[in-house]
Design a protein around this ligand. Structure first.
Ligand SMILES: Nc1ncnc2c1ncn2[C@@H]1O[C@H](COP(=O)(O)OP(=O)(O)OP(=O)(O)O)[C@@H](O)[C@H]1O
Ligand SMILES: [Mg+2]
Length: 268
């Protein structure tokens, strides 16, 4: 892609790109030559067996884990090799929801959600208050400002963590296992919140998930990680695939998605 082409085609192309990434922890290789990309304004769900590097991939995009080799580009900017200061600037365009929520136990929900705004240090107290309130309302938690994380249910905690991930109005939101440990009503709730954020704000969402049904429903693109390489496609393309590795991974959910999806499309 030419430098001149960036501003025009960037709007329709990848928001995040991974090229030729290799990473090992000690003698354990996680990625050997990973290539994948995440389209702007779309929802990509990263799936794959436990230990294949889904969280590690999100951490690389967030600049929290450097690859041994290769490029990681966010909005056209190469982030491997940036200083901590430069990474801090880059992270202003990212929101992150970590695996297991990770709210700080001793801080009120209000203060937890306000953290990214205080870290970025651009806003006064009144503005912070407005943004935190808006974030908590967007996730359906208007009355929990003064509570501690320990006083919320699992589903509420996950929504509070999501409010924290979006409070600074990032362009890209990274969500590591947003559905894990939630009961079906809370899975649906988080799923529709993520979809609404994507639709209403045009966010690029990169989500890891083991939850096949909701992943297939919400994804524009599914990225399947398997032993260091990736396969990507629309949910329908993956569900229709005859590739035995994909068929094995998707199991009955793939067939079920396909029959439902096709019958909905055909108006049955
Ligand atoms: N900081 C680290 N130090 C050493 N090894 C690590 C580190 N982070 C991850 N790993 C290893 O890298 C591999 C990928 O881990 P990762 O957490 O990314 O997997 P995952 O696909 O997210 O798994 P899960 O589905 O269980 O969340 C694992 O073998 C893990 O043990
Ligand atoms: Mg993980």
């Amino acid at each position: 892609m030419s430098a001149e082409g960036l501003s025009l085609s960037d709007q329709h192309s990848s928001h995040v790109e991974i090229e030729g990434v290799a990473l090992r922890f000690g003698d354990r290789p996680v990625f050997s030559d990973l290539h994948c990309s995440f389209p702007r304004g779309k929802i990509t769900v990263i799936m794959g067996p436990s230990g294949t590097g889904k969280s590690t991939l999100l951490r690389m995009i967030g600049g929290l884990q450097k690859p041994d080799q290769g490029c990681v580009r966010v909005a056209g900017q190469e982030i491997v090799g940036l200083s901590e200061l430069e990474l801090g600037r880059m992270r202003k365009q990212l929101g992150m929801l970590f695996q297991n929520g990770a709210l700080l136990d001793s801080m009120s929900i209000f203060e937890n959600v306000a953290l990214p705004l205080r870290e970025h240090g651009r806003q006064g107290e009144d503005e912070i208050r407005l943004h935190v309130r808006a974030g908590l309302e967007a996730v359906g938690l208007p009355d929990v400002d003064d509570l501690l994380p320990g006083e919320l249910s699992g589903g509420m905690l996950r929504r509070a963590a999501l409010a924290r991930a979006i409070v600074s109005e990032p362009a890209v939101v990274l969500c590591d296992e947003p559905f894990s440990g939630l009961d079906p009503p809370n899975v649906s709730r988080i799923e529709s919140l993520l979809r609404d954020l994507n639709r209403n704000l045009g966010l690029t969402l990169i989500v890891t998930s083991h939850h096949m049904a909701s992943s297939l429903r919400m994804a524009d693109q599914v990225l399947l990680l398997q032993e260091g390489h990736s396969i990507s496609g629309s949910p329908q393309e993956l569900a229709e695939s005859r590739d035995s590795a994909i068929v094995d991974f998707m199991g009955e959910d793939g067939a079920e998605y396909l029959s439902h999806h096709v019958s909905v499309k055909e108006g049955h």
